[in-house]
Design a protein. Structure first.
Length: 375
């Protein structure tokens, strides 16, 4: 085709596309502990880049802990270090929501592990606030309540996001959701879902007492303040319930068979007594380790959702060639067996614990809120 035959409009210089308008996220953070503080730092560090590259304006309006809340979002101390912010007053969850009500792109981020905070999700969603959380209590709580929260988010056209409840910053929930949304079907899944227990199993070789490793993990900050919160398997059970529900299965905590590593004699004592008697963990773990070693296997802590719908959490002996046996440190691994991935499961693996990676998962959910709001 000769130039003379071209549409004259094609020869005209193109008008530059207009710069997209800034989309504001007005954020309130509840629970500025290890994860919440890491999130505040990540938001501060990324603020200018998000404005420049993604046209997202993250506006931090309120930060609240159990006693105080900070309100001056233009104070650099609030954005960088909440404890130094100038304007504060006694904390109230009602006031936190009121500070965000009606603001563009209003999101409450619950970085606490509080039942009282999780109990407010319904009020916040009903008020038109998005909710983002790594708090596992609501997604793994009573099934009718969780379904009601999801229905409320849909009817109010707000988002309820909880990627960081499983695998910290790993895209575990989103991967499962993408598989299902594109027509795949989950058959079964298994995973090493506790960074703490992954580290303990990897480090335990039968030479050092298991109790010594638990103390070391506690001192390094790998465990919860009360290590029983990790050792009893309930945290892994909650994550398994969340994934099962994401797949459409109506699983509840009572449906999960959980093998606790905490001896019966230590389950109901105070934390100090438990820490003083950690040696009671040693003999049972030594026996399990010796039994596995005799079979050429290693111990790993695994949560499983079987094809028949049964769910299990506990120690398993795995052959040395198994993918989970190759895991090192505090890595989480989740394997999805689906109709498409029937011969070789789809695997998601990486660091599954720590405030920075967990905060990164929360941050990702915030960006998804902004992306869906634009759509």
């Amino acid at each position: 085709m000769h130039a003379s035959q071209l549409d004259p409009d094609c020869l005209q210089p193109r008008t530059p596309a207009p710069t997209p308008a800034l989309r504001r996220l007005t954020v309130g953070v509840v629970g500025p502990g290890r994860v919440g503080s890491a999130l505040l730092e990540q938001l501060r560090a990324a603020r200018e880049r998000l404005r420049r590259e993604q046209h997202i304006d993250v506006h931090l309006r309120v930060v609240a802990d159990s006693r105080r809340m900070w309100l001056d979002s233009d104070d650099d101390a609030l954005n960088a270090r909440h404890g130094g912010a100038q304007t504060w007053r006694p904390s109230s969850l009602d006031d936190v929501a009121a500070c965000l009500h009606g603001a563009p792109g209003a999101v409450i981020v619950d970085c606490s592990a509080s039942e009282a905070v999780a109990a407010r999700y319904a009020d916040w969603l009903a008020a038109g606030l998005h909710v983002v959380t790594p708090n596992k209590l609501a997604p793994s709580g009573p099934l009718p309540h969780w379904r009601a929260l999801q229905d409320l988010a849909r009817t109010q056209r707000v988002q309820l996001r909880y990627e960081a409840t499983v695998g910290a910053g790993l895209p575990v929930v989103q991967t499962l959701r993408d598989l299902l949304d594109t027509g795949d079907e989950l058959i079964a899944l298994e995973g090493m879902l506790s960074g703490t227990l992954a580290w303990l199993c990897d480090a335990y070789d039968g030479q050092r007492p298991f109790s010594a490793l638990v103390r070391e993990a506690h001192e390094l900050g790998y465990t919860e303040p009360d290590p029983r919160a990790d050792l009893d398997g309930l945290d892994v059970a909650r994550k398994l319930v969340i994934l099962a529900r994401e797949s459409g299965r109506g699983l509840s905590l009572d449906d999960v068979s959980v093998q606790s590593l905490v001896p019966d004699a230590l389950r109901h004592v105070d934390r100090e007594h438990f820490m003083d008697h950690l040696h009671l963990l040693d003999a049972p773990m030594a026996a399990r380790h010796a039994e596995a070693a005799a079979q050429g296997a290693v111990l790993r802590h695994v949560g499983r959702l079987d094809a028949d719908g049964r769910a299990h959490v506990g120690l398993v002996a795995l052959p040395a060639g198994h993918a989970f046996a190759q895991a090192r440190g505090a890595d989480n691994i989740v394997q999805f067996h689906t109709r498409r991935y029937a011969d070789t499961p789809l695997r998601v693996q990486g660091p599954g614990a720590g405030p920075d990676v967990t905060a990164g998962g929360v941050f990702t959910d915030l960006l998804r809120v902004a992306a869906e709001a634009r759509a």
